[in-house]
Design a protein around this ligand. Structure first.
Ligand SMILES: *Cc1c(COP(=O)(O)O)cnc(C)c1O
Length: 366
């Protein structure tokens, strides 16, 4: 079965690097916040074009840590999308703040700046644009709104390692950037991991303190924190894999180019590229009104396509009727009915892509 993502294929392709990293850490005798985490924080922050990286336990905690570092909680409202991983909304509630969910731009699946403008209230403190599927949100418009209204911007970069917007890496555009290294992400660990990046040294210091009990250098808790450390073994693996990120993203773009070329003319909406943004194709998402039929047909042909995401977050049992939705999420709900994620990972062969293409074509052409 060809799946949407395949971390096992990554292990097979990069076994030497990964095994070496694991043994390096095991042999070192140092398992928490050691040299591997330090090196990875420095190198990954540099990749993001910022001065500071704070390794954490996972991407959800990265968002929570950024919110808490910026002092957001209580009655504060945070505007984001419903069309995202549940984690984005979950982190806002974990911070004690109120998520306010707005619609997406239908072509790019990212937050609609017009919807943000309409949703800003006296209680709004922050915006979380999600660079969904590997492509940046409309950050010029997001940052202009943030400046005009004195809001903080936390970028959810969990699907966009290495993506750029007007030549700048995502994570460097807002006040803080949040990454996940869940195994299927563009840069994935062999377990959980995450990072907050920022160019602001004061924010970085506070984030570093909060991720480990609020401790200062003398292990005195200066303020209440918790524990969300990036594991030394995962950091070692990520140090081994970071040098492959650009080549892996380039391979994702090659597969996207094959799909773009071979899936034209079927009445299927292919991914739109935002002007000035470089897409890293965490997912290759097409749209069709015959979504359920296409999914079933692909499955019969050995292709495990996915749906990212349905239902949208505001229609999950945990959130339905409870989360603030200032305007109908028409584009979000329509996208959730139409989207299909085709297999997309760097270890895919051209022949795998051809198998996907042929199965999609037989569905539409018989
Ligand atoms: C994966 C993901 C997260 C959460 O990351 P975890 O490491 O699973 O906690 C957050 N936001 C988005 C958009 C994601 O894709």
């Amino acid at each position: 079965m060809l799946l949407c993502a395949n971390p096992g294929a990554r292990y097979a392709a990069k076994k030497d690097r990964i095994d070496a990293a694991v043994h390096r850490v095991l042999d070192s005798g140092w398992y928490i916040l050691g040299d591997e985490v330090k090196a990875f924080e420095a190198d990954f922050a540099a990749c993001c074009g910022v001065g500071h990286g704070i390794g954490v336990g996972n991407g959800t905690d990265a968002l929570l840590l950024a919110l808490r570092t910026l002092g957001i909680g209580g009655d504060d409202e945070v505007i984001t999308v419903s069309h995202t991983a549940t984690a984005t909304v979950s982190a806002i509630e974990m911070a004690g703040a109120q998520p306010v969910l707005v619609d997406i731009e239908p072509d790019y699946f990212t937050i609609d700046p017009k919807a943000i403008a309409a949703a800003i209230s006296e209680r709004t403190r922050a915006l979380i644009p999600v660079h969904l599927y590997g492509q940046a949100a409309d950050m010029d418009a997001v940052m202009a709104l943030a400046e005009a209204h004195g809001l903080k911007v936390i970028e959810d970069c969990a699907q966009a390692h290495g993506a750029t917007y007007r030549e700048k890496p995502v994570g460097s555009l807002g006040h803080m950037g949040c990454f996940s290294f869940y195994p299927t992400k563009n840069l994935g660990a062999m377990g959980d991991g995450g990072m907050v990046v920022s160019d602001d040294p004061a924010l970085a210091d506070r984030a570093r303190r909060l991720r480990e009990y609020g401790w200062d250098a003398d292990r005195v808790a200066r303020e209440p924190g918790w524990n969300t450390r990036l594991d030394e073994i995962q950091a070692g693996i990520l140090n081994g894999l970071l040098p492959c990120l650009d080549a892996d993203n380039a391979r994702r773009r090659e597969i996207a180019a094959i799909y773009d070329r071979e899936l034209q003319g079927l009445g299927l909406a292919l991914p739109a590229r935002r002007h000035g943004a470089e897409h890293v194709f965490h997912l290759y998402v097409v749209r069709t009104e015959q979504r359920d039929g296409l999914l079933a047909h692909l499955r019969e042909h050995g292709i495990g396509a996915g749906v990212h995401y349905a239902p949208p977050t505001h229609l999950h049992d945990a959130y339905r009727g409870r989360i603030e939705i200032p305007a109908p999420l028409t584009e979000t709900e329509q996208a959730a009915r139409q989207i299909v994620s085709l297999p997309m990972y760097p270890e895919m062969q051209d022949a795998d892509a051809a198998q996907v293409v042929s199965a999609v074509r037989t569905f539409f052409e018989g």
